[in-house]
Design a binder for this molecule. Sequence first.
Ligand code: FAD
Ligand code: NAG
Ligand code: NAG
Ligand code: NAG
Ligand code: NAG
Ligand code: NAG
Length: 634
Amino acid sequence: MALSKVSLAAVGLLHLFGAADAYSRTARSVTHSTILDRADGLLPEYDYIIVGGGTAGLTVADRLTEDGKHSVLVLERGVFQNSSSVTRVAGGFWGLVDPTLTFNITSVPQTGLNDRSIAVIGGQILGGSSGVNGMQVLRGQKEDYNRWGSYFGKKSEWSWEGLLPYFQKAWNFHPPSAELVSQFDIKYDTRYWGSTSNVHASFPSFSWPVLKMEMAAFGDIPGVEYPSDSGSGETGAYWHPASVDPATVLRSFARPGHWDGIEAARSNYHTLTGQKVLKVSFRGNRATEVVFVPGDATDLTQARSVKAKKEIIMAAGSIHTPQILQASGIGPKKLLKEAGVPLVVDSPGVGSNFQDQPFTVAPSFNLTTFPFHPDFYDMLLNQTFIAEAQAQFDANRTGPMSIASGNSGSWLSLQVVAPKSWKDIAKRYEAQDPAAYLPKGTDKAVVAGYKAQQKALANSMRSKNSAVYNFFLRGGYEEGSVVYLHPTSRGTVHINAADPFFSPPKVDYRALSNPTDLEVLLEFTPFTRKYFLETRMKTLDPVELSPGADVTAPEEIEAWLRSVMNPSCFHPVGTAAMMPKHLGGVVDEDLLVYGVKGLSVVDASVMPDLPGSYTQQTVYAVAEKAADLIKGRA
Ligand SMILES: Cc1cc2nc3c(=O)[nH]c(=O)nc-3n(C[C@H](O)[C@H](O)[C@H](O)COP(=O)(O)OP(=O)(O)OC[C@H]3O[C@@H](n4cnc5c(N)ncnc54)[C@H](O)[C@@H]3O)c2cc1C
Ligand SMILES: *[C@@H]1O[C@H](CO)[C@@H](O)[C@H](O)[C@H]1NC(C)=O
Ligand SMILES: *[C@@H]1O[C@H](CO)[C@@H](O)[C@H](O)[C@H]1NC(C)=O
Ligand SMILES: *[C@@H]1O[C@H](CO)[C@@H](O)[C@H](O)[C@H]1NC(C)=O
Ligand SMILES: *[C@@H]1O[C@H](CO)[C@@H](O)[C@H](O)[C@H]1NC(C)=O
Ligand SMILES: *[C@@H]1O[C@H](CO)[C@@H](O)[C@H](O)[C@H]1NC(C)=O
């Protein structure tokens, strides 16, 4: 089954789809002619080959080619696409309207979700998911990045302090206008940001009036703070930027930031698009070659290969990086045997530890007394307003059409959300047998890794400085978009044993397989009701839309969650985790794949567990650090 209408509505998509005709659309897929010329000029050998020209891949490629000393080839499954569905800011989700921009895999039916299947979606264009995402620019909490380092011990450079310079390198921050700051009491602190990157973080020139009250209402809840900046690594309610270039008010993403005009100007930088990488080949235990076919191939007759002298760098994203590693012989022995793939390294962690952030997990409300104009829904439904906004945007690139999918909300700890039960939830979670809710037969090392995460995540549940609940505001009379930031269930991404290369991987979120997730989520409903009914929001006469005020018994809320929850907010991580080998890790602290030479992973799959935020900002920072690590061993 596809993304349900309910879940689409939760991110504002349903209405945006309806409004699509109001916008002019340009050609669907523009093939970039210089890239095709290059396909014929492919060298037999490069210093570095990057598999996947997405968010992380293009960031690393830019950094590795800048001094001109090394040759780099990027192999990307998608093509150059620069239609308005990619570049347009307004609403934030046009990338999902054009199916040529994404892959779309049907997940394994989710037993925890009444056997519903989920549409597994990610960017499949030059620029990857950064070219289709909702443009929200959010950083996790300090504890998230310190937790990653803690899996290696105290001395790890993977920490908040260690990553901060890379957050600064990755993002060029443009403060909100003085007018917006005073209208909405926006706090920001440029010390957490940089000003040199070609990837931009900026604010719209206008926002919806109701947001001032909605943001203030969070402060009526005990324990909610307002940090000094969205990038300060703290919990609370805050305004945050979007990945929008303020000079053009177009999407800022990995391709304009790290490729446009750069690749063509550097003779050591080649890109081949429309090509699907099938596997990495080895000489002994050294990764030497990448095998690929045209994107539409269904068999190996058109397979070609290209050699790497120094390193092959995996950046195909959390769904496809594990598929390619497994198809190359790096993965769980049993799975590879079943698929008839010759074993190179028994690496049980490849494709395990799969995580994403569930949404549609709390009630939505309608504010029936609503003295604000305009609001989010004018932009969707009021044709007069849309025409005015379009005219303003066309003339000045300002106004409501400079808003992507949102710039404000709250990121709250379990203590704030569940003041009565957080201690017990954390205690019960910590006491679990770590193998109990992982797939049967999970390798001992992967279980040990989960045990380490379990201890660390139980501590996060007890911490005021770690967010588990995110309410993102849209600025309309209907609100209730809540995301669960740190699920405890772990899924899998496995090659299809019958056809590892050409069939999509089997994606299983194993949603709600760990009972702690349900315990936590059952707290989200009363807490969200508290926000609407017990803060200043109550003066707007909120009426609960879904599941409805009469749904109060835990069993009823549970039944509702199982019928509407989407386990994916498009933030997959963890399938090639950076953890010690004995904890089921796939890559070490230098992002090198255990057991082989000359192979690394730099995309979201290396995150051992989720940050308490959406993922793009962290992917860029990790990629910047990865580029330094790779240069350091050149
Ligand atoms: C619809 C959507 C909305 C999102 N909204 C937000 C948001 O608002 N804020 C936020 O912080 N995060 C958001 N995210 C998440 C964020 O964009 C991702 O976490 C991040 O971009 C992932 O980067 P990556 O480098 O790991 O993978 P990607 O950027 O996805 O790059 C992987 C690349 O590899 C290519 N590839 C895959 N397989 C192969 C193969 N076999 N051969 C060659 N190439 C291959 C793909 O085509 C793709 O270009 C969203 C994601 C999506 C999909
Ligand atoms: C992409 O589209 C935008 C908007 O139409 C345009 O300004 C920009 O130059 C295009 N970029 C490229 C590299 O074609
Ligand atoms: C994904 O596929 C499903 C099922 O075919 C379809 O309903 C949905 O619209 C697709 N989504 C995207 C973003 O392409
Ligand atoms: C929701 O609230 C809006 C505006 O306050 C009102 O116009 C509308 O009738 C309400 N809808 C429902 C279903 O209550
Ligand atoms: C639609 O927008 C126009 C222009 O801002 C405004 O005057 C009008 O009141 C709006 N209509 C409704 C039904 O809110
Ligand atoms: C564009 O900005 C100018 C200067 O602020 C203003 O006078 C004009 O009305 C704006 N145009 C539109 C269509 O909003």
